[in-house]
Design a protein around this ligand. Structure first.
Ligand code: FES
Ligand code: FES
Length: 161
């Protein structure tokens, strides 16, 4: 079937089987490899994309659902100032970025920071329940989110509180 959608702000038209996984379309047809093939069953977050405004596992999205959708991948998001906030915050807090879970970790961080520059531990835990990071423990990751939130706050409002 022919599928049209918006990918990282650009109109895209592809041909795919209706039940083909979005993760495979991204990686094999569109050469976007920021989303990784992990568990392929929705449990690890390595294949995450922002799908119609929500962080979603692209391994569970069949091609027919992509029709008319809007998708942002890690590659698209990495071109934004918001990405820079998170990269700087994670770096300050010593959060590992081996690349495997970045799509889930960074895109979930963004949706969390859109709600608050200082998300609670409970909100962090809920937002990251679908992300499995083998390199960073949860507390370090939470500190990275808070550091990124502070970077975001300063960029938005300056240093005066
Ligand atoms: S590969 Fe999709 S959630 Fe693990
Ligand atoms: S940074 Fe390596 S798996 Fe998360």
């Amino acid at each position: 079937m022919t599928i049209r959608f918006i990918l990282n702000g650009e109109d895209v038209k592809i041909s795919a089987e209706a039940n083909q996984r979005l993760i495979n379309i991204l990686r094999e047809q569109l050469a976007l490899t920021g989303a990784k093939c992990g568990c392929l069953c929705g449990n690890c977050g390595a294949c995450s994309v922002i799908f119609n405004g929500a962080v979603s596992p692209s391994c569970l999205i069949p091609a027919f659902r992509v029709q008319g959708s809007e998708i942002i991948t890690l590659e698209g998001f990495s071109q934004t100032l918001e990405y820079q906030d998170i990269a700087e915050g994670f770096s300050k807090a010593g959060v590992e970025n081996c690349g495997y879970c970045d799509a889930g970790k960074i895109l979930c961080a963004e949706l969390l920071l859109e709600q608050s520059f200082q998300p609670s531990k409970e909100d962090f835990t809920a937002a990251f329940r679908g992300v499995r990071c083998r390199c960073t423990n949860a507390e370090s990751l939470y500190q990275g989110i808070l550091a990124a939130g502070e970077v975001r706050r300063r960029r938005t409002y300056g240093r005066v509180t």
